[in-house]
Design a protein around this ligand. Structure first.
Ligand SMILES: NC(=O)c1ccc[n+]([C@@H]2O[C@H](COP(=O)([O-])OP(=O)(O)OC[C@H]3O[C@@H](n4cnc5c(N)ncnc54)[C@H](O)[C@@H]3O)[C@@H](O)[C@H]2O)c1
Length: 311
């Protein structure tokens, strides 16, 4: 009874694999290594391959007696998805369909899908509830919404699935052994950190008329280890389901900007440090708020070993 983790050599996947191993679970990782690092999952069985390759999925299922899946493998860069829709639909949607086809042919009927809160687009109310309307605003978000619908449709053929909708993973493992690879990531935390460390030019801060103390946008973040735990909980939930099939969607968020400590730290970091960040106009694609930068500072302090490791 082994858990297959697709994309397990990636950022969130590798933290989830670690958490599973710590719990004594049997795990096998499948990753193309296009964006992942094998070194993050050195201590677990690893297969290099693509989720769309049915033969590999067959082999992995048989060899490792796979009983359930946590599915992270996907492309995730919103801007890139708008420029390369074929690549994104092909990998995220067609890849998942091929994966599920091969899994079900091998009797594997439980899957936790790493979706995204991006499926909600610009929500009417915050915090968003699971039943808020889906209004994906990018190709990336559209691929996530499509896969959710696909998994729901597969209920009728016995698939049990949980889709997790979340925003903005951040952080590294508590022992700083693994974390996010800043060299390739287009996520906001690495971009902020690169600006702070002087590895890049100033970060563009889009928008100054939000209803926040300084007018810049606020964002929600989830620590990557909390996300790993959430994926495992979702797997446990699907195991407890009595009915033959079903699909659930959950939305997680945590708002870090309200913490007063981080607020204080933020001012320390941003005072006199305006060269790290610059106001920008045009189509808002990246936004950052000052409290958020405070959280980054905290993160950098505690994870500096990791930062060195990946630079
Ligand atoms: N990072 C975030 O803030 C965030 C937020 C919401 C949702 N998600 C979702 O979580 C998942 C993991 O995100 P991440 O931040 O760890 O990304 P990541 O790029 O670090 O990890 C993705 C991994 O999947 C692998 N992969 C991609 N396509 C593959 C394929 N066809 N076959 C096999 N392996 C493949 C990559 O090599 C990589 O190791 C993604 O599905 C992403 O959409 C991430």
């Amino acid at each position: 009874m082994t858990i297959l983790v697709t994309g397990g050599a990636g950022y969130i996947g590798s933290h989830t694999v670690r958490a599973l191993v710590t719990q004594g679970r049997d795990v096998v990782v499948l990753d193309s290594l296009e964006l992942g690092h094998k070194s993050r999952v050195d201590n677990v069985p690893f297969v290099e391959g693509d989720i769309s390759d049915g033969k590999i999925i067959d082999k992995v299922c048989r060899k490792f007696d796979v009983s359930e899946v946590i599915h992270f493998a996907a492309y995730k860069a919103v801007g890139e998805s708008m420029e390369q829709p074929l690549r994104y639909y092909n990998n995220n949607v067609a890849g998942t369909i091929a994966l599920v086809r091969a899994l079900m042919a091998n009797g594997v009927e439980k899957i936790v899908f790493s979706s995204s809160a991006a499926v909600y687009g610009n929500p009417d109310h915050v915090p968003v509830t699971e039943d808020a309307p889906l209004r994906p605003e990018s190709v990336y978000a559209e691929t996530k919404a499509m896969v959710e619908k696909f998994l729901a449709s597969c209920e009728t053929i016995g698939l049990r699935s949980v889709s997790l909708r979340y925003f903005n993973a951040a952080g590294a493992s508590a022992d700083a052994a693994i974390g996010e690879d800043w060299s390739m990531s287009q996520n906001l935390v690495p971009l902020v950190m690169k600006a702070l460390l002087g590895f890049s030019g100033p970060l563009n801060v889009f928008g100054n008329d939000y209803q926040t103390p300084d007018g810049t946008c606020t964002r929600d973040y989830i620590h990557v280890e909390d996300l790993a735990a959430a994926h495992i909980k979702a797997l446990e939930l699907s195991q407890r389901w009595r009915q033959k099939s079903g699909m659930q969607c959950w939305y997680w968020h945590c708002h870090i900007s309200a913490r007063s400590n981080q607020h204080r730290r933020t001012s320390e970091w941003t005072k006199g440090s305006t060269h790290y960040f610059q106001p920008a106009s045009g189509r808002p694609s990246l936004r950052v708020c000052r409290p958020y930068i405070g959280a980054c500072a905290t993160w950098l302090e505690s994870k500096s070993r990791f930062a060195r490791h990946y630079w």
